[in-house]
Design a protein around this ligand. Sequence first.
Ligand SMILES: C[S@@+](CC[C@H](N)C(=O)[O-])C[C@H]1O[C@@H](n2cnc3c(N)ncnc32)[C@H](O)[C@@H]1O
Length: 207
Amino acid sequence: MSKNIHELVFAFAYDYLDMIVADFVKEYRVLTAGMVSGSVLEIGAGAGANLSFYPGNISLTLLDKNPYMVKKLLKKTKLLDVDAEVILDSAEILPFPDNSFDSVVVTLVLCMVDNVNSVLDEIYRVLKPGGKFYFYEHIHSSNQRRSRVENYINPIWRILSTGCNLNRNTNELIMNHKFSESKVEIKDLQLWFPWLSITNIVGFATV
Ligand SMILES: C[S@@+](CC[C@H](N)C(=O)[O-])C[C@H]1O[C@@H](n2cnc3c(N)ncnc32)[C@H](O)[C@@H]1O
């Protein structure tokens, strides 16, 4: 399947995936999108799952590299009457000058980007001094059995999801980056069955 078809299928399926887990992850969206202020950039905004969590009186810019997601995003902003600038571009080189935003939001995206450190560098660059980077991501489990399963199914999951990795240690990459302060909570998200849980990180880092 070509990259385009993959992106189309992922964009089509994502609303359904999100709907299935929406109640489980609501708290994480409240702790990220719900906390922003001022001028806000969301990277990898997807189909707009965070839109209804943003507070009022912010200036919102939404960016995603998947053109089919961007189409859905435009529809959803209209539907929810959210005033936002929607941009089709990649996080690796953000099309904004230094010190542009008070808050940057990233949820379930760093698992997918080609180079997490260069995206963190870009986030740091576009945030104003004192600006906050809010994140919610799934990470590689510290449980041996689960981490083995994640390693095992990662190659096929990467293909199905257009590049998502189940076994990234994103928390370490954020903690080791040059942010002046970072606060990360590790949360085990228990889904429908006792054997089905996903390790998540939720938190923020300050420039
Ligand atoms: C799993 S979805 C998450 C969507 C949304 N943030 C959420 O919380 O439901 C990941 C999104 O990140 C986008 N994405 C992945 N890599 C990207 C990159 N390098 N630059 C911009 N967007 C990217 C994908 O196109 C997709 O829409």
